[in-house]
Write a protein that binds this ligand. Structure first.
Ligand SMILES: *[C@@H]1O[C@H](CO)[C@@H](O)[C@H](O)[C@H]1NC(C)=O
Ligand SMILES: *[C@@H]1O[C@H](CO)[C@@H](O)[C@H](O)[C@H]1NC(C)=O
Length: 193
């Protein structure tokens, strides 16, 4: 039905008309499903800013980040290419671990670069405080941890974050190079309904 290769003009017009009729009826059929009110969502998107500190704790008795796959040859690559670390990292209001818990970063990061510390981040930020309690944001992005600011896309979410999209900026606050423990400041900007 694509009108592109039709040699004769009237046939092309007929095909275009047929296509637009098809499109109109397809849109008409889809209309009832497209109501935001029916989904219990407000009409317009809003932009929210979330700010918190992410605690990646590898050391001690209760690590929140656990390597589940070690690089095939531990010394072969300084980028730890192939390593996978599972996390259930606390997200707090202030840099101190004892400050108010806002949520947890549940997922994994994996070393996906052979030449630098470049992580694939696959995480849900599951919130436990205030109006976002029970809602979560899904992050899928690249984290070159030695860079001053890293940016990762927010690809979706649940609860109040249905249809979410946006980005997260991560900035290392403190890091202990002997243990790998780190506190990272996050600013997240997200559109949602
Ligand atoms: C890795 O490096 C450390 C320190 O240089 C060394 O002691 C160890 O034997 C090396 N391991 C392998 C598998 O090469
Ligand atoms: C968050 O929601 C859970 C489950 O509904 C509830 O048990 C908990 O008390 C809530 N936390 C806060 C801080 O409101």
């Amino acid at each position: 039905m694509a009108p592109t290769f039709i040699p004769n003009r009237s046939a092309a017009v007929a095909a275009a008309l047929c296509f637009s009729l098809f499109l109109t009826s397809a849109l008409a059929a889809a209309k009832p499903v497209l109501s935001l009110e029916k989904l219990g969502l407000r009409r317009r998107e809003k932009l929210s800013h979330l700010h918190f500190y992410f605690h990646d704790i590898l050391s001690g008795r209760n690590p929140t980040a656990v390597p589940v796959v070690l690089p095939p040859q531990a010394n072969a690559s300084r980028s730890l290419f192939g390593m996978v670390v599972m996390t259930d990292d606390p997200l707090t209001e202030r840099p101190e671990i004892g400050s108010k818990l806002l949520g947890r970063a549940q997922g994994f990061y994996a070393s996906a670069s052979q030449t630098e510390l470049g992580l694939l981040m696959v995480m849900n930020f599951a919130f436990v405080e205030g109006k976002y309690n029970g809602s979560y944001l899904s992050i899928l992005g690249r984290n070159t941890v030695m860079s001053a600011v890293r940016e990762m896309p927010v690809v979706g979410g649940g609860g109040l974050f249905r249809f979410a999209r946006g980005y997260a900026q991560a900035k290392t606050y403190t890091v202990d190079y002997s243990t790998g423990d780190a506190v990272v400041e996050y600013n997240v900007y997200v559109f949602h309904y």
